[in-house]
Design a protein around this ligand. Structure first.
Ligand SMILES: Cc1cc2nc3c(=O)[nH]c(=O)nc-3n(C[C@H](O)[C@H](O)[C@H](O)COP(=O)(O)O)c2cc1C
Ligand code: SF4
Length: 455
């Protein structure tokens, strides 16, 4: 445990203050070195590192950057995705709070690599506290001349260096899950309703205000200064070779120490749950785990042995890494109740543009409520599966899959639970309550961040 590299949330008290960040090398040699490299060489270093996006799809970051058109004739934008509204995902806010300058430095490097001079950080509206913190960090960076027009003097190039500056605007969202989807975020930022757009055109061809745009997650960008500091090759050797680096795993549900844990990719799911998050209260068995945030396929407790937490290994195990939000449910959990709650969320958050998603999410919820209330018929099991299956791949954006996957895979992997529920005369017991079990009362979850002090 002690040897796990902490690249994103190191054990440095007060790191969110710009002075402390600079004392630890921030906005220093690495950035100066970057400004002497060609933009393509910076992108190549990120490609070499093998960095994959932390916003859910694990798309290779360097490759994404290389889709940006070269040359300066058109205005280009970087859109930084801090919407973080997936139930079970609460890791980006740790960066906002404990290491915002590393994210800002990542924005500067990404912008330079793609020759962008304006970046927007879009943060979910409910994150009032963290929005203030990020605004403060950006203001400090402007004051120090490490962001904005004064960058050209601060990092005055010597020799072949390139004079460069970028502006950063922090934008507060209005609190809709769908604006986390990249094209919906662009619409929202432009002042329209946060509706996803049909792709193509992809954002690199036509994004914000029809200009080429790259969208990256907060954690993705916070990795970038580390890569440029240690070199792409060295970074690629951390964790799983096909999905290198560390991940911020948010662990919630039936564990003794819920919280955010930074660990190398490829760490086993059971190690994260048992060693880092303190195991399951009362030593109970695990019934179900959703390993990547609520939209990912759930796994049965018996399936967990040897499962490694990275994109490729998790895919092989029948799920997906998503945002690394691990939701643990013990043997007493009423998973139909859990699934109904999840489906209620997606039905509420569907923007309504596509019929399969608008109607399908509503039907998933209605059928699940029949199971929850003990009114379901045997044929409802296949009906539920069919509705979920028929949403997938038939919608403008991936909210369709997000709503369908948890339902389809729970029916496939826990069919006996649904069969049991349609037995006549079955009494439904009261559900296991996560907080009541852990705390002996309905108190809010305390985020256990093992390394730094809080404000
Ligand atoms: C419904 C929906 C919600 C999403 N929410 C987020 C989010 O909150 N944060 C995020 O970074 N990506 C989110 N994504 C993924 C983004 O669309 C996009 O792929 C990501 O920001 C790209 O960044 P990355 O390449 O650094 O991972 C969401 C996608 C969908 C379909
Ligand atoms: S899949 Fe759902 S959320 Fe996405 S565009 Fe269609 S209706 Fe809207």
């Amino acid at each position: 445990m002690a040897d796990s590299p902490k690249l994103i949330l190191p054990d440095v008290p007060g790191l969110r203050n710009i002075e402390t960040y600079m004392q630890h090398g921030g906005y220093g040699e690495t950035l100066r070195k970057v400004f002497t490299m060609s933009p393509t060489a910076v992108t190549d270093e990120v490609k070499k590192s093998g960095l994959r996006g932390r916003g859910g799809a694990a798309f290779p970051t360097g490759l994404k950057w290389s889709f940006m058109p070269k040359g300066n004739e058109k205005k280009k934008y970087l859109l930084v995705n801090g919407d973080e509204s997936e139930p079970g995902s609460f890791k980006d806010r740790q960066i906002f709070e404990f290491n915002p300058h590393q994210m800002i430095e990542g924005i500067l490097i990404a912008s330079y690599a793609m020759q962008i001079d304006h970046a927007y950080i879009y943060i979910r509206g409910e994150y009032e506290h963290w929005i203030k913190m990020v605004r403060q960090a950006v203001a400090e960076a402007y004051d120090r001349g490490v962001v904005g027009p004064r960058m050209k003097d601060t990092f005055k190039p010597s020799g072949d260096g390139i004079a460069y500056s970028v502006d950063i605007t922090v934008h507060k969202g209005a609190g809709a899950y769908i604006v986390g989807e990249e094209t919906a975020m662009m619409s929202s930022l432009e002042g329209d309703r946060g509706y996803p757009r049909v792709k193509p055109p992809f954002p690199a061809a036509s994004g914000l205000w029809h200009s080429p745009t790259t969208i990256n997650n907060i954690e993705t960008l916070a990795n970038v200064p580390v890569i440029l500091k240690m070199g792409g090759d060295a970074y690629s050797k951390i964790g799983d070779p096909k999905h290198p680096g560390t991940l911020l795993f948010g662990v919630s549900g039936h564990v003794n120490k819920p919280g955010v844990y930074e660990l190398p990719t490829g760490t086993t799911l059971l190690d994260i749950i048992n060693k880092h998050a303190g195991g399951v209260p009362g030593g109970k068995k695990i019934k179900m785990v959703i390993p990547g945030g609520s939209s990912m396929p759930p796994l049965r407790g018996e399936q967990l042995e040897g499962v490694k937490m990275d994109a490729e290994n998790l895919k092989a195990a029948g799920s997906a890494i998503g945002t690394g939000g691990i939701m643990v449910m013990d043997e007493d959990t009423d998973i139909i109740k859990v699934l109904t709650r999840i489906s209620k969320f997606y039905a509420h958050e569907s923007c309504g543009q596509c019929t399969p998603c608008r109607e399908g999410t509503g039907w998933l919820l209605k059928i699940l409520q029949r199971f929850e209330q003990g009114n379901a018929r045997e044929e409802d099991i296949d009906l539920l599966h069919d509705v979920a299956f028929n949403i997938e791949g038939r919608t403008i954006c991936a909210l369709g899959e997000a709503a369908a996957w948890p339902v389809r895979f729970t029916v496939e992997r826990f069919r006996e639970v649904f069969e049991q529920r349609v037995k006549p005369g079955l009494k439904i017991g009261s559900p296991n309550r996560v907080h009541a079990l852990r705390k002996g009362g309905l108190e809010p979850v305390q985020i256990h961040v093992p390394m730094v002090e809080r404000v």
